[in-house]
Design a binder for this molecule. Structure first.
Ligand code: SF4
Ligand code: SF4
Length: 220
């Protein structure tokens, strides 16, 4: 696999994207997101096999079992959250977020040691902890703040879409754990057809920055 094949933007641009998104992410982190009109729901990824997540805000009850299942399976270090359920304060709307396995992964672009790869077979973006040097460039570049730094290990880690489970025909742990069917995964070419699905809700970064593979069914 050519790990640099997906460097479609320069390292400098990728770091700029991260800086631009920092203010936005702070809003997301504080739980202030609200719906805005659909933007890129018709944009299909370049790889027809690309997979992604779909989160239905109308079904999600914020039980956080998706988060817990990921933590149990991947043994997060303290303060390292690969998946997080965000809350809108003004109404009961939630958003379960992880890495979006973007078409233009800024994390991969900026990494100076090539710790990131994007699989050809399904577009999953995988981080190799063994060669990570903990410089945090990817953390600054990612508009979704998906790469997390561990003080314990001095390295980054992030969601890998349970690719090893998927290779055995199993679901990602977060999707399997959801008791109300709010979290799905599948080929983006299919998920994008979901009625009412959008690529962005207010408070999330502009999807044109990295082309995230995420569909949200927003709560009105
Ligand atoms: S969400 Fe962030 S970490 Fe995940 S692929 Fe996109 S840029 Fe990389
Ligand atoms: S497990 Fe399902 S219902 Fe519970 S927080 Fe996650 S997405 Fe929402």
């Amino acid at each position: 696999m050519d790990k640099f094949k997906h460097r479609t933007i320069s390292r400098r641009k990728a770091l700029k994207i991260g800086a631009m998104a920092t203010a936005t992410a702070a809003v997301v982190g504080s739980g202030l997101f609200t719906r805005i009109p659909a933007q890129a729901e018709t944009t299909l990824p370049k790889n027809p096999e690309q997979i992604g997540f779909l989160h239905d805000q109308n079904k999600c009850v914020s039980c956080r079992r998706c988060q817990a299942a990921c933590k149990d399976l991947n043994k997060w270090e303290p303060g390292v959250e690969w998946r997080k359920v965000l809350a809108r304060k003004s109404s009961e709307a939630y958003l379960s977020m992880s890495c979006n396995h973007c078409d233009n992964p800024a994390c991969l672009t900026v990494c100076p040691v090539g710790a990131y790869t994007k699989r050809e077979k399904d577009g999953v973006v995988i981080h190799n902890r063994e060669i990570c040097v903990g410089c945090k460039y990817c953390m600054y570049a990612c508009p979704y703040h998906a790469p997390r730094f561990s003080e314990e290990t001095g390295r980054i880690s992030k969601c890998h879409f349970c690719y090893e489970r998927q290779d055995k025909g199993e679901m990602p742990a977060c999707v399997q754990a959801c008791p109300v069917d709010a979290l799905h995964y599948g080929k983006m070419s299919e998920l994008r057809k979901t009625e009412g699905g959008v690529s962005q809700v207010k408070g999330l970064p502009n999807p044109d920055l990295t082309k995230p593979n995420l569909v949200i069914i927003p709560k009105p």
